[in-house]
Design a protein around this ligand. Sequence first.
Ligand SMILES: Cc1cc2nc3c(=O)[nH]c(=O)nc-3n(C[C@H](O)[C@H](O)[C@H](O)COP(=O)(O)OP(=O)(O)OC[C@H]3O[C@@H](n4cnc5c(N)ncnc54)[C@H](O)[C@@H]3O)c2cc1C
Length: 469
Amino acid sequence: MTKRQIVIVGGGFSGTMLAIQLLRKGDANLAITLIEPRAQLAEGVAYSTQDPAHRINVPAAKMQLSESEKGDFDRWYRQQPAFLQDSAALWQDGSVYPQRRQFAAYLREKLAHALNGATATFRHVQDYAQAYQLGQLFTQQGLRIPVDQLVLAISHPAPLKPAVFQALSTDSNVIHNPWQDESLYTLENNAEVAIIGTGLTMADVIASLVRQGHRGPIHAISRRGQLPRANLSGHYDDYSLIPATPLPTTVRGWLKLIRENVSVAARHQRPWQLVLDDVRRQAQTIWQQLSLVEQRRFYRHLRPWWDVHRYRIAPQVAAVLGECLASGQLQINAGRLMSAQHISGKLALTLRQRQGGSKTLLVDKVIVTTGPAHQQLIASQPLLIDLAAQARITADPLGVGIAVNAHSQALSPTGTAHDDLFVVGPAARGRFGELMGLPQVAEHAEFIANQLLAIPIDTLRERCPRESN
Ligand SMILES: Cc1cc2nc3c(=O)[nH]c(=O)nc-3n(C[C@H](O)[C@H](O)[C@H](O)COP(=O)(O)OP(=O)(O)OC[C@H]3O[C@@H](n4cnc5c(N)ncnc54)[C@H](O)[C@@H]3O)c2cc1C
């Protein structure tokens, strides 16, 4: 019998972590192919940045790949030459916040280790998957790769161009994708800059600008003008939510319960971050007990507030933002961007301010930091468009990724599950809720490895005879 062919599309964190789990669990009858156009695995959007100002946003001790590997990344990092060369990584409470590229290096070492002990085979095909037909995956370079089980590990599409910049889409004064546009690093130090978005990507961009000695004014703009909060400094015991009976079934009920817990914690000198951390630990369970109506309500009303409290930034980056705010170099604008046009060599941005009235900013450069356009994931590339056209995948009802069932198998538009097609990582979070941070994505990868290996290969092949090459 030929080997079980598992093909993973995407070699960022999710795809690489799944490969590690399959190597750890699979036997000699398993062949794993990981398709990833980047030369290096384990990077993806988050960990490919080479900018030393971009740090992981939680202490290294919390970037765990499994319960049994708690603290492993922290220990590994402290033994690297990179630790000695980066004095800023060590925070005053003794935690370390390495540069993000260090995490990719760590994961690659884990992959190499898993390969050493494995009987399954593994190959990285440096190519771009474009289409899927009858048990074969077709790549940009013309390869046909046999597939028994396909896993999509594609999470973060490029940011969406805000409507007001559509007419300026080729304008070199507008950076639409700061993850790819190197012109951020050749920006004139005195330039007046507008940043669209005030979330984590904004924090990265400001950290980069300050590192390269930027002195010009920076205006950050978002609807609410909310900034990501800083991570806790210091060491605290975990907080456990005081259980409510019965448990809330609505978003409003959960909000009330969380606020009550924040008050209780505060009375005991315990910061709100600890309460949110416990909500986060339970978030997949909480999420899956909410009805679709309540989940939609969360996305409509609460998500912006959840995001700024849950996606926190490293204290080093928070300190940079704090200094820029205190000196007046950074100004936060809450409002809606109404128009953008060229006026005598500058870009004029007009905003309708949240507190009323309008305002025009004249800037040299605009940097779009609205983050990945998750709502456009399926439309973002040929393979996903092709799978959707064959009714193999569809957007989840919340529009944040790909619809899956409780096993993370892709669903057709009519709700039929495909047990030869899985989604790993944040693209499945419409179903699972909290599925963005490392520990949850790592657990999800292990969960999927178990599901893949549990399906008898014969049943898959009987249903889907592969076209001969
Ligand atoms: C900027 C950023 C910083 C973050 N920082 C942290 C942090 O500090 N701590 C934390 O816990 N979490 C962090 N996260 C969250 C996190 O770790 C991510 O959720 C995780 O990286 C998800 O990676 P992924 O592999 O699913 O997706 P992606 O990063 O999107 O990787 C997908 C990969 O698929 C490849 N690909 C896409 N299409 C194809 C195709 N057709 N064929 C072949 N390959 C393809 C791409 O080249 C890419 O390498 C961060 C997220 C981001 C975006």
